[in-house]
Design a protein around this ligand. Structure first.
Ligand code: ADP
Ligand code: ADP
Length: 228
């Protein structure tokens, strides 16, 4: 069964006296563990679709199910990674990573163990007590990834996560993300407008088109991958 079942999903925004259709009739079934890239030009509704899956935006039409339940708002099962990191600047790397479990009232020892595990996974043990402004962009994005994993996200939603990084850091992060994905059961939905990034990362590429936003192609890429 699909972890995400998106049937005829659309989104309209009221904009002054006008109504903007950001997305229309999007249908996608995503099995658990798939790595999907959404590509398409600016304004085709990629972020809107991602934000609806995250529960940040309501659904105007159609149905959007996560693990068989209607998505009605944000939840720890869906973690979002933003291009501009979105870390809490007043918290250390360790506290950023442990934020979700701590906010949900998990016992102190469990929060500490979870933070330690994901600090190690992204190779940031040495920077545990640093604050975000002391980190490079690549390191900040590693913290953001560790934070959603520590919060037990099953679906990781990534909105052009590496778009602000230099080419070498981007390649490192792409490789590290694939390693994490291969060693877990994560489902990844990764928005990019770079076709070569989509081909490198994804086992499935969904192409969107603007005016109004819709899905125009949905193809599996049969590259050899350890998990396939
Ligand atoms: P993409 O991520 O592919 O660039 P978006 O999902 O950001 O596209 O936007 C799709 C369309 O929806 C655009 O025309 C955009 O202007 C419009 N849109 C997105 N968010 C809002 C909003 N909050 N209010 C009004 N229009 C919006
Ligand atoms: P990459 O993703 O290729 O490792 P980064 O730009 O994320 O590139 O960082 C490169 C290396 O530089 C890091 O592994 C880290 O050891 C070091 N580094 C980056 N920023 C800082 C910083 N603010 N303080 C100390 N070391 C840093």
């Amino acid at each position: 069964p699909a972890i995400l079942d998106i049937q005829g999903v659309g989104k309209r925004f009221a904009f002054g006296t006008e109504t903007i259709t950001a997305l229309s009739g999007a249908t996608l079934r995503i099995p658990k563990g798939e790595f999907v890239c959404l590509i398409g030009p600016s304004g085709c509704g990629k972020s809107t679709l991602l934000r609806m899956i995250a529960g940040f935006e309501s659904v105007s039409e159609g149905t959007l199910l996560m693990a068989g339940r209607h998505v009605a708002g944000p939840g720890p099962d869906r973690g979002m990674v933003f291009q501009d990191y979105g870390l809490f600047p007043w918290l250390t790397v360790r506290q950023n990573i442990g934020f979700g479990p701590a906010a949900r009232g998990r016992p102190r020892a469990e929060v500490a163990a979870t933070a330690a595990r994901f600090l190690e996974m992204v190779g940031l043990d040495r920077f545990a007590e640093a604050y975000p402004h002391q980190l490079s962009g690549g390191m900040k994005q590693r913290v953001a990834i560790a934070r959603v994993l520590a919060n037990q996200a099953e679906v990781v939603l990534m909105d052009e996560p590496f778009g602000a990084l230099d080419a070498m850091t981007r390649e490192n992060l792409q490789r590290e993300l694939l390693q994490i994905w291969e060693s877990t059961q994560l489902t990844v939905i990764f928005v990019t407008h770079a076709i070569e990034e989509a081909i490198l990362l994804a086992g499935r590429v969904v192409v969107m088109s603007p005016g109004p936003g819709r899905i125009v192609a949905d193809e599996r890429i049969p590259l050899p991958r350890p998990r396939d």
